[in-house]
Write a new protein. Structure first.
Length: 101
């Protein structure tokens, strides 16, 4: 146990801060739902997300922007559409841990 704690304490402080910021960004019910949707469908537009979650498009865009800025999601342009997908596959594991308990 002490060995694991020692390893954690020796981790780069910047990396730990970055990971804490990622967790904070995910800590919202709408964002958790978005991550789950993207995990299932792999790639979605803002319109598909806001229609499915029954929220305003501006609200969906704001949440997606927060997740993108914390390197949780990526987006790509397809003509006039922006398609969002999960950047880090392991993010879903974090969500599953929270939902399973």
């Amino acid at each position: 146990m002490e060995n694991k704690i020692s390893k954690i304490l020796k981790m780069d402080a910047d990396l730990l801060q970055e990971r804490a910021e990622m967790l904070k960004a995910m800590a919202h019910p709408t964002r958790i739902a978005m991550i789950e949707m993207l995990y299932e469908d792999k790639e979605l537009t803002v319109t598909e997300i806001h229609n499915t979650l029954d929220i305003e498009q501006a609200v969906a865009s704001n949440h997606l922007s927060i997740l993108k800025n914390k390197n949780i999601l990526r987006c790509r342009r397809d003509g006039k559409k922006m398609l969002y997908s999960i950047k880090l596959d392991n993010i879903h594991n974090v969500i599953q841990c929270m939902l399973d308990n």
